[in-house]
Write a protein that binds this ligand. Structure first.
Ligand code: PDD
Length: 291
């Protein structure tokens, strides 16, 4: 069976991916000068769209690219692309670059941003992965100091993830100045059960991590369902005392890390707080699809 060619969006037009072309002088190509979003789509509907569009707006403001669309225009463009690609579960990628201009570090006076969007099928993590968890390793966070911007220039993230893969792990947990920040493409949650009653901890938002939309959903669910939680810095050495570690993202949802740096995390199996949060997350998604 031939895989259908996905339809992509480029500067106001929907067209087959293989027909979409960007000029070689596009600053996204030359400098990695652009920002992006990755929006999960469940049952044909974008999940937490307003939050993703707000984060996009923030990234654009931070890098001084004028937002080429209103909220309503983004919403229409995204829904059209979802529908053109057959609905269902998708991961929708949006990218805005500063557009084509003669190569010069200085910002062009009249930028013409390039808007690109594509969609790929979204596959939930395999049951086996959820039952066994993943391996992760800690690595020095070699990224810049403005990681709250969802920039397309991802060379450090790519190299960090690949270093983890080369070591037989699925994700890198990044350490900056002795503290764990996040994963190469995910946020970090840690359960400490030595604290009376146990507590779920995630590093606070700031310039050293991306303010993940999934992270916010998890904190909201913890709040609503009485799971003790805290936003606090996590010292590298305290990772060894964790009973559970998870990484979270729009595409992978919540993944339990059961081996860190070759040693079991807690009992070496996905823990009870993960099981509870995973169920709450799935129920939350299902409610939104029905509603
Ligand atoms: N990345 N931190 C980093 C560095 C990320 O790249 C991501 C997601 C997250 C999680 O954010 P969210 O919950 O909003 O997906 C945290 C996407 C999935 C990617 O680049 O493919």
């Amino acid at each position: 069976m031939n895989t259908p060619i996905p339809v992509v969006h480029l500067n106001g037009q929907n067209l087959p991916a293989e027909d979409a072309c960007v000029p070689v002088l596009d600053r996204g190509f030359i400098f990695g000068d652009g920002v992006y979003e990755m929006i999960p789509v469940f049952g044909g509907r974008p999940f937490r769209l307003d939050e993703h569009l707000r984060r996009l707006e923030n990234s654009l403001d931070e890098v001084r690219i004028p937002n080429p669309h209103t909220h309503a225009q983004w919403t229409a463009l995204i829904q059209e692309l979802i529908d053109e690609n057959g609905g269902g579960d998708q991961s929708l990628y949006l990218q805005v670059t500063r557009g084509p201009a003669a190569r010069d570090h200085a910002l062009p006076k009249k930028p013409a941003p390039t808007v690109f969007a594509m969609s790929n099928p979204l596959r939930a993590p395999a049951a086996e992965t959820l039952e066994e968890g993943i391996k992760a390793i800690t690595l020095d966070d070699i990224r810049w100091a403005r990681c709250h911007i969802k920039a397309i220039s991802l060379l450090p993230n790519i190299l960090l993830r690949q270093t983890a893969l080369d070591a037989g792990a699925a994700e890198a947990i990044l350490i900056r100045d002795g503290y764990a920040t996040e994963g190469a493409a995910s946020n970090l949650f840690v359960v400490f059960d030595k604290t009376p009653g146990g507590v779920l901890v995630t590093p606070p938002k700031g310039p050293h991590l991306l303010p993940g939309i999934t992270r916010d959903v998890i904190l909201e669910l913890a709040e609503t369902h009485g799971i003790a939680h805290r936003e606090a810095d996590i010292r590298r050495e305290n990772l060894a005392h964790a009973s559970e570690i998870w990484v979270t993202s729009s595409t992978k949802e919540i993944l339990p890390v059961t081996t860190l740096d070759g040693k079991p995390v807690g009992e070496g199996r996905p823990g009870p707080v993960f099981q509870k949060m995973y169920a709450l997350y799935q129920a939350h998604k299902a409610r939104l699809q029905d509603g």
